[in-house]
Ligand binder design. Structure first.
Ligand code: KG4
Ligand code: ZN
Length: 338
């Protein structure tokens, strides 16, 4: 069974064709990041416009690369929540048009469930139940994946998402948007023990809070600047060490809570997903921690960590099998429970 996936929740216009939820036949991503970088972050209005301009072409290319006609797909899966509302609407309306014109089932997919499905494309043996940490620019949550379509939320961020904290710290250090990858790079040469940073406390021990940590780092940078030292030649501030200390603290918080969740639930399979799952420090740290508790770890290869449509098509396959299709009244939602 072939599913066409469509993803437009943020700043990537993406379409893909996936067979039986596991085999990527094609995946096409048109990124707008170069344009948003000029403004230091995603500009929602620009995102919607660019999605509208290129979605038809991206879709055509995905079908062509998969050597497949629209007639030959068995369903059209689309991200309907959560995300930027104007951006989501472009994908949802386009998917509705295709489904109606070609008389195909329309399959709504939750973006975070889609991120979880990225691992199905890389690990044929991975099946629910398992524990999943989704960490991206907009989300940081620990979920129990009870079945392919039934998730329960164990912990979430009460303020900033991990990726958001990475991006804001990176910006204060003078890196372009999105800055997570630059922190990852400079942290490799830094002393992670040089700066001691606050560990946030949360009422629910599986929740996250990154806002205080982010502010502590940004204040450190600004205080140095106020003493008259300019980036990038700040003398007393060791950029690599600060990046390393910040990254180490974020990864430690994420891994500690994820391991705690594994102990509480008894899961021995742990998956990571989302843009921040590309972080080399996080990948190394969770591998070590998982080994200690005898858990198996699944992390998507780098191209599947960030937003893409193959993961939406993969999840769409399982939603379709579960009978989760929609009619033409499907609407996009900026927020959305799992
Ligand atoms: O999943 P994603 O592409 O989009 C959302 O759904 O938000 O995640 C984007 C986020 C950004 O905050 C970006 O800085 C972060 O993932 N990211 C990283 C790395 N690569 C991307 N953060 C830390 N280290 C990385 N290597
Ligand atoms: Zn995402």
């Amino acid at each position: 069974m072939k599913i066409l996936g469509i993803e437009t929740s943020c700043d990537e216009t993406a379409c893909a064709v996936v067979e039986n939820g596991r085999k990527t036949l094609s995946t096409v991503i048109a990124s707008q990041v170069d344009e948003h970088r000029l403004y230091g972050g995603v500009v929602p209005e620009i995102a919607s416009r660019r999605h509208s301009e290129c979605i038809a072409q991206v879709c055509e290319e995905a079908l062509k690369k998969a050597n497949c006609k629209l007639d030959e797909v068995d369903g059209v899966a689309v991200t309907f929540a959560p995300g930027l509302i104007g951006a989501l609407l472009v994908g949802v309306n386009f998917a509705k048009g295709l489904a109606l014109a070609a008389n195909k089932p329309l399959i709504p997919v939750h973006h975070i469930k889609g991120h979880a499905a990225a691992n199905y494309l890389a690990y044929p043996e991975l099946e629910p139940p398992y524990l999943c940490l989704a960490v991206s620019g907009g989300h940081s949550q620990i979920m129990e994946v009870k079945s392919y379509t039934d998730f329960s939320l164990l912990g979430r961020t009460i303020d900033d998402a991990a990726g958001e904290a990475f991006d804001k710290v990176a910006r204060s250090l003078g890196f372009p948007y999105p800055g997570g990858i630059y922190i990852d790079e400079v942290a490799k040469n830094g002393d992670k023990n040089k700066y001691s940073l606050p560990y946030p406390k949360t009422q629910n021990e599986l929740d996250f809070s990154f806002s205080g940590l982010k502010t502590a780092v940004i204040n450190l940078i600004h205080n140095t600047e106020q003493r008259g030292q300019k980036l990038p030649s700040m003398e007393t501030l060791d950029k690599s060490a600060l990046a390393a200390s910040f990254q180490h603290t974020v990864c430690d918080i994420l891994c500690t809570k994820l391991v705690k969740a594994a102990e509480l639930t008894g899961h021995k399979k742990i998956a990571l997903t989302g843009g921040v799952a590309a972080n080399s420090g996080l990948r190394d740290m969770i591998a070590g921690r998982a080994e200690k508790i005898g858990a198996e770890i699944f992390i998507p290869p780098l191209p599947l960590c960030g937003d893409n449509a193959a993961m939406i098509a993969a999840q769409g396959f399982y939603e379709f099998l579960a009978g989760n299709t929609a009619d033409m009244s499907l609407n996009a939602r900026a927020n959305g429970d799992l």
